[in-house]
Design a protein around this ligand. Structure first.
Ligand SMILES: NC(=O)c1ccc[n+]([C@@H]2O[C@H](COP(=O)([O-])OP(=O)(O)OC[C@H]3O[C@@H](n4cnc5c(N)ncnc54)[C@H](OP(=O)(O)O)[C@@H]3O)[C@@H](O)[C@H]2O)c1
Length: 423
């Protein structure tokens, strides 16, 4: 074999070797969001999720496996020498989703093998593949999923190696691009608007509605130290729960027109189909005050009536303007995707060498024992007669020399193999 072929061999070998990595996944790109939930493994049956995964791993001769379920993806990442063909996919479907038709289920799968599987994993972790590009939550979810599967003894060395590289790559992408900058959630943008108004911490905040959106908004109020909050809601208990988390006060929505003490910021978000704040209630809430107010209306349809917006002078921020801002910010994040993908390609290149290095390391584990055996055979069998004829000091010297050689020889193949990979 010509010398240049020998030098090029490790890289092509590495590409071939990472063929063992596989992904079967259902994501927002392959299925309707509403259908993804049906691929999440239930944890309430007779058998736990991890016990099912373990049975599948053993049945299919998989050497490492992890499973991730979020609201927009279900992913099986594993390492196996089996080829991911239709027959494998059918066995997979029959095992995990026995009530599904194998063909219909397969149509919802995205399947990756070898380097494309690693690329997909790196891109998922770097939020390039996310429904909302730049959402860092995915890296936390991935790490948590890996941690749980590792504890359950499902993962193994190959998955560990890939996950270490995945986390490293994601960190490089978040740090080396602006993909996670600029908020894209309506609530965080609304909070930013409130903070931009630079209201003091004792500002009077009037909150109408106590659903999920306002509950999330409340968490930010707590974070930024606002507690002078009055919460009005149709169901008093829910208003009370939010008020308690802030140290504020709760009232039934029916008493909104009796509100005392004015406000600096009004945050309104209900599922009412008609305006909750109208030209009758708004002047009562103002309590005669004429200073500048900020009104955040996060409802669809809007909760503040059109005539109130037209007739009164306040900074009005509605969900449409926040959504427009969110879209603008999302567009900005998308401009970072090509840079992120280039970083992923570099990381893949690095991973190939790393993988091969690790393979060599594992293979070399046997070398010290083999060298010991060679020494023992030389002393006890091959040169036994000659050694028996030597005097004690010479025998001792020979033994010391052999031990020295043994120690020095152990490192040589390892160094040579690593050098071949790096070259
Ligand atoms: N998709 C988005 O990005 C997004 C983001 C932010 C806001 N929103 C909008 O925010 C609104 C609320 O969403 P959510 O997720 O917070 O809903 P949610 O968790 O279902 O809460 C609904 C809230 O509205 C109240 N409500 C329902 N019907 C009412 C009525 N006829 N009169 C007065 N109050 C009524 C409920 O009071 P009870 O507690 O008494 O039931 C509760 O406080 C919706 O308009 C939604 O479209 C959407």
């Amino acid at each position: 074999m010509p010398a240049d072929v020998i030098l090029r061999l490790p890289l092509s070998l590495a590409i071939y070797m990472v063929e063992g990595y596989k992904i079967i996944t259902v994501t927002h790109k392959s299925a309707d969001l509403k259908d993804i939930g049906s691929y999440v493994l239930p944890n309430d049956g007779e058998e736990s999720v991890h016990s099912r995964l373990r049975r599948f791993k053993n049945r299919m001769g998989i050497d490492g496996l992890m499973y991730l379920a979020t609201c927009n993806r279900v992913t099986y990442f594993f390492h196996s020498s089996s080829f991911l063909d239709q027959s494998f996919l059918n066995s997979f479907t029959r095992f995990f989703y026995p009530d599904s038709d194998t063909l219909t289920a397969s149509n919802n799968y995205l399947v990756f093998q070898g380097e494309p599987a690693l690329r997909h994993l790196f891109e998922v972790a770097s939020s390039v593949d996310s429904l909302v590009v730049g959402e860092r939550e995915i890296i936390r979810q991935l790490r948590e999923a890996y941690g749980v599967c590792r504890k359950e003894g499902l993962t193994g060395d190959k998955i560990r190696l890939a996950m270490d590289a995945t986390v490293r790559t994601a960190k490089q992408v978040y740090g080396g691009t602006r993909i996670g900058e600029k908020q894209v959630s309506v609530v965080s943008l609304a909070v930013k608007k409130l903070l931009d108004a630079q209201l003091p911490n004792d500002a009077r905040i009037l909150m109408v509605g106590a659903g999920q959106t306002n509950a999330l908004f409340t968490k930010f109020l707590v974070k930024y130290g606002y507690s002078n909050v009055s919460v009005y809601n149709r169901t008093l208990e829910k208003a009370q729960a939010l008020a308690d988390s802030l140290g504020g006060q709760a009232f039934p929505l029916s008493r909104l027109h009796e509100h005392q003490g004015g406000f600096d910021a009004l945050v309104v978000c209900t599922s009412s189909t008609g305006p909750v704040i109208n030209s009758e209630s708004y002047p009562l809430l103002l309590a005669g005050e004429t200073d500048s107010k900020i009104v955040l209306d996060l409802s669809i349809p809007n909760d503040v009536s059109v005539d109130v917006v037209a007739d009164y002078d306040f900074e009005y921020i509605d969900i449409e303007s926040l959504k427009a801002l969110a879209n603008e910010n999302l567009k900005f994040r998308s401009t970072q995707v090509h840079k992120a993908k280039a970083m992923v390609e570099l990381a893949l290149e690095e991973f190939r060498s790393l993988y091969l290095e690790r393979e060599v390391e594992v293979a070399m584990r046997a070398v010290p024992e083999q060298i010991k055996q060679v020494k023992s055979k030389a002393m006890n069998e091959v040169f036994r007669k000659e050694l028996d004829e030597l005097d004690e000091p010479t025998k001792e010297l020979l033994d010391r020399m052999m031990t020295y050689m043994e120690k020095k020889c152990i490192g040589i193949p390892m160094k040579a193999a690593k050098k071949a990979i790096l070259d």
